[in-house]
Design a protein around this ligand. Sequence first.
Ligand code: SAM
Ligand code: SF4
Ligand code: F3S
Length: 441
Amino acid sequence: MSKRIFIKTFGCQMNEYDSKRIYDVVKEIGFEKTDKCQDADCYLLNTCHIRDKASEKVYHEIGRVKKIFRLKKKPLVIVVGCVAQAENKEMLKREPYIDLILGPQAYHKINDTILNFTGKEKVEETEFDAVTKFEYLSRIKNKVGKATSFLTIQEGCDKFCHFCVVPYTRGPEYSRPFDQIITEAKNLVDQGSKEIILLGQNVNAYNYKNQRLSNIINEIEKIKDIERIRFTTSHPKDMTDDLIEVYKDSKKLMPLIHLPVQSGSDKILNLMNRKHTIEDYLKTFERLKKINPLVEFSSDFIIAYPGEEEKDFIKTLNLIKEVRFINSYSFIFSPRPGTVAESLKTIDKKISLKRLEKVQETLFKNQIEKNKSLENKIINVLTENLTEDRTKVFGRSEYMTPVIFKGSKKDIGKILKIKINKSNRNTLFGTVIDNLDQKVA
Ligand code: SAM
Ligand code: SF4
Ligand code: F3S
């Protein structure tokens, strides 16, 4: 009988991609996935370290697993991801229930680590070895069967924003070889993917022997059965001319650009070590709008960063009104261990919360208005799966907005024309009009 693995994933899309690839790898040594934690022979937790209480969340989760297995044989417990990297040996000391720790650049070692584990000694693998990892992973097929797939093209970060743990947990910037990426993209499409979302902590910093993100997009665009291309997450400083130009002619690159700005104040951007100004950001926005008026932006905001005064905060609100971001994320600043901002004086909790509420109110207003403006219009939707009650279909608009409509299994993986009848802040509801080919965004 095969062994069963239960995988739980916290954090960003890169962690989702990693969990998927880890499963492809452990399948080689006989593991099958289970959705029932209590049935697992191996419990794997993929962790995120980006904001506060991240490690507490991990220990809490392991405590829950311990309870589930109280009266049963203990599963092999593996913790991977960014908390594993940040806490490494400390984690094994604090929670002896954990057997193996692997950092994000050590996943190629997972099968050997499992096979060599005797139970006597705990194992920790946290070296940064992205080259070997991706070489190894490229030999193992990315098995999907989903309409939309992630594809990591770049990992790590050299920018060291003062608030962020990523350069410490993912290591230095690394770009995967160009051909390796194109082969993986073709393989995903052969298995039925219609959309590829290119991933990287700094995806637009991709640079492999002078091949840039724009070259990857142009090459993937040539794959016949691919319908949509997206990329995330970008840094404003790396929105280079060649990348902006792709928006002029590409038929498949979607018009939503996630470009985190964090704050609308130059003073705060400087304190954060973001390496660009609001003027630079707005220039990029205007150039893109000029090249392709359908382009819209979404963003990430950090509210109440140490030193943020009311006047800085107002600048953030003004920027949101000017750019009219859609689908954005906003968080109160959270001091992270090992970062420059860790020891800075934080802003009063009440003020921070009030600012967050105000920002979210402004962002939500944009989102509601944008969705409302689509009512009675016909839009292209890529259908991804059935809803839980199996009578409706879930898909996404070109701007990533969830769309729900009456349909069946046969609709999955198709781009359909949907007439929007109703909307709320997060979702559009509609009816199928036709099954025509997608038009240029
Ligand atoms: N590389 C991307 C960039 O340069 O914007 C961001 C990647 S980070 C994984 C995702 C988001 O988490 C950031 O854009 C930021 O808004 C948020 N974030 C990171 N560190 C944070 C912190 N210490 N407190 C609050 N939010 C944080
Ligand atoms: Fe973190 Fe992004 Fe800054 Fe890198 S560029 S340190 S990933 S916020
Ligand atoms: Fe979290 Fe690591 Fe992603 S800290 S956001 S899982 S890169």
